[in-house]
Design a protein around this ligand. Structure first.
Ligand code: COA
Ligand code: AMP
Length: 633
């Protein structure tokens, strides 16, 4: 089978294509209704099929002779722990965790927030929810209390599952004070919080609300998987939009299971029994899809790594994991590979390990820059494949299909659209542009199985954020182009989303937080290119009357206060370090801040003074402030 044949088969008859792919999943009741549009115009795949995602990830393999195979290998250099869970063991632990949730009154359709570090219990929690039809929402452990609070208010969880701490290289990050503070801030209060006490920190428990995980799980009964419909939601995953309010992406069981099974073999080239190392975090979509669900649905072994690409203890960590566990495919973010390259430019660590089991490396989360791609390929000796997707889609929109036909790699390109995704480049008026011309990357509706069906409790926001720019298309928010051989190049966001070390954040969120400071009258946050992290945020601040007479020393204090404010309100992962003071922000006559122009100036790119600008002299000040800051370094 070639890529052209596979893509062509989908294009000729999408429903027949997905019906065939659905046969790879063991349904309790096979679906007949392949693609349904509901009264609201939302698409649901396999709505009348019956299945259980946890059953497919665990019980099914135990019933089919994989019980003794390693399902999940926990490797934690930060705690010096290694532990392998066979499919039998993982099933047993998950059914008990599900029993614990049932004991707390969690039922089908209830929501559960999981705010946990990269420990196996986090995966168990996700699968346990899936087992009983509860809808999980994992919140990345690096988010500060207010971010967690806004997710609690939106998802309204019955129960929150958490741990006493996470470990960042050698720093203990206590989660419980963050959780308590988030619950204080939120209007919605969960009925209970289950806390896993780790030996590195002991959490103080609130009587009547907090429950000790080990104690509760040891008393819990084991639970059977529930029959769910294809359109029952599996999870909500919040992602940043252009405003401060996160968007709760909803993913349904049926489409998700089919997309995971299809993509892990067709795109990542993995088969049952293979070992997959996805070095990310369960707080992100990459972690949901390719640390937890897809490898387990496919009967693979997944590596659950609680560590960093460097510093735990060195730039050889990934290669050590590959040797230790005979890893067949590695998946991480380009920023991780850049960090390794910076530490080990000659690839000396790579030579210390036997990595012959590795068939290919995959990168996503941001564009894989050509120098990193080339460096990786030359040092590791296997193909390094970029794949473009988003929290919303759950699996790659464009990639190189390692399991079908690997096309020649073009540096800087995510290769070609995957079956299910009809990608077009549109200009701002919604007209298709020619190959070679850059524009907005849009996807013709309907979106394929596995993609978001709506935003949690907000169909209107789903439609206005994604479906209203161009009639009949989903707007990705990314800009890019096709070359003359139909290879897709995705060059970056065209909206106010910023991508810091593969972490997607909203500049609007930053601005809301900075605006809380009494010395800030107005501000705009824009992304500056960064060698390691891809992008970092820079704040342009107009001082209020409170701040307008500040001395240089006090300005330094202000800058540090703003930095701390962002850490406290968004989290350290925001990497906010620099504030530039300006007297005015460039705006259009209707008052819209010209962030795009500011970003171009900041990144020394060519820019055209927008004709709608209120006063072009403002740009001179921006240019001046940016150049002065560059001189300071
Ligand atoms: N919990 C709490 N804090 C966290 C955290 C977590 N889960 N993850 C990161 N942080 C903190 C870090 O401790 C650091 O804090 P500091 O400023 O006090 O030192 C800050 O957030 C920035 O962390 P990070 O982005 O990890 O930068 P770094 O310079 O420490 O490390 C890399 C650089 C490249 C190693 C790191 O960015 C990395 O591993 N990136 C991969 C990202 C990824 O997997 N993305 C998933 C999308 S596919
Ligand atoms: P997230 O939803 O956090 O996974 O972020 C998705 C966004 O990250 C996309 O909209 C892109 O802007 C960016 N992105 C992810 N992968 C790639 C890639 N391979 N190439 C270019 N941009 C990417």
């Amino acid at each position: 089978m070639t890529y052209v044949e596979e893509y062509g088969r989908w294009k000729t008859d999408p429903e027949a294509f997905w019906k065939e792919k659905a046969q790879e999943v063991h349904w309790f009741k096979s679906p007949n209704n392949i693609c349904k549009e509901d009264k609201e115009g939302l698409t649901h795949w396999f709505a009348d099929g019956e299945l259980n995602t946890c059953y497919l990830a665990l019980d099914y393999h135990v019933e089919n002779g994989r019980g003794e195979q390693a399902a999940l290998i926990y490797d934690s250099p930060v705690t010096n722990t290694k532990r392998t869970y066979s499919y039998n063991e993982l099933l047993s632990a998950v059914s008990r965790t599900a029993g614990m949730l049932e004991g707390l009154g969690v039922r089908k359709g209830d929501t559960v927030i999981i705010y946990m570090p990269m420990i196996p219990e986090a995966a168990m929690a996700m699968l346990a929810c899936a087992r009983i039809g509860a809808i999980h929402s994992v919140v990345f452990g690096g988010f500060a209390a207010p971010e967690l609070a806004s997710r609690i208010d939106d998802a309204k969880p019955k129960v929150i599952l958490s741990a006493s701490c996470g470990i960042e290289i050698d720093k203990i990050i206590e989660y419980k004070p963050l959780l308590d503070s988030a619950i204080n801030l939120s209007e919605h209060k969960p009925e209970s919080c289950v806390i896993l006490q780790r030996e590195q920190a002991t959490a103080n428990m609130s009587a009547g609300r907090d429950i000790d995980w080990h104690e509760a799980a040891s008393k819990a009964h084991k639970t059977s998987p529930m029959r769910l419909s294809g359109e029952d939601p599996l999870y909500i995953l919040y992602t940043s939009g252009t405003t401060g309010k996160p968007k709760g992406v909803v993913r349904e069981n049926g489409g998700h299971a089919v997309a995971m099974k299809y993509s892990i073999s067709a795109i990542y080239g993995l088969k049952p029994g293979d070992t997959f190392l996805t070095a990310s975090d369960i707080g992100w979509v990459v972690g949901h899809s390719y640390i937890v669900y897809a490898p387990l649905l496919a009967g693979c072994t997944t590596i659950f790594y609680e560590g960093k690409p460097i510093m735990t203890p060195d730039a050889g960590s990934f290669w050590r994991l590959i040797e230790d566990y005979k890893v067949n495919a590695l998946f991480s973010a380009p920023t991780a590979f850049r960090a390794i390259r910076k530490e080990d430019p000659h690839g000396l660590f790579i030579k210390q390990y036997d990595i012959r089991s590795l068939r290919q490396v995959f990168a996503a989360g941001e564009r894989l820059d050509p120098p990193t791609q080339e460096w990786m390929r030359s040092k590791i000796g296997v193909d390094v494949i970029d794949n473009w997707w988003q929290t919303e889609t759950g699996w790659p929109i464009a990639a190189n299909m390692a399991g079908i036909e690997k096309l020649p790699i073009k540096l800087g390109s995510a290769t070609k659209p995957m079956p299910g995704f009809h990608v077009e480049i549109l200009d701002d008026e919604g007209q298709r542009v020619e190959n070679g011309v850059q524009g907005n990357v849009a996807i013709k509706l309907p979106l394929p199985p596995g993609c978001l069906t709506t935003l949690w409790n907000d169909n209107e926001r789903f439609k206005s954020a994604y479906l209203s720019d161009y009639q009949g298309y989903y707007t990705s928010g990314d800009g890019g182009y096709f070359d003359d051989e139909d290879y897709l190049y995705v060059m970056g966001r065209v909206d106010d989303v910023i991508n810091i070390a593969g972490h997607r954040l909203s500049t609007g969120d930053f601005e809301e937080v900075l605006g809380k400071h009494e010395s800030v009258a107005e501000c705009a946050v824009v992304a500056m290119a960064d060698e390691l992290k891809g992008e970092v945020p820079i704040g342009f601040v107009v001082l209020s009357s409170k701040g307008s007479y500040l001395s240089p020393n006090s300005l330094l204090v202000l800058s540090n206060e703003l930095r701390q404010l962002i850490r406290d309100e968004i989290g350290a992962i925001a990497c906010y370090k620099r504030t530039l003071i300006v007297s005015r922000l460039p705006k259009t006559r209707s008052g819209k801040i010209l962030r795009k122009t500011m970003k171009q100036i900041l990144n020394k790119q060519e820019y055209v003074v927008p004709p709608t600008i209120e006063d072009f002299t403002v740009l001179e000040e921006i240019l001046h402030v940016v150049s002065a800051d560059r001189e300071i370094g």
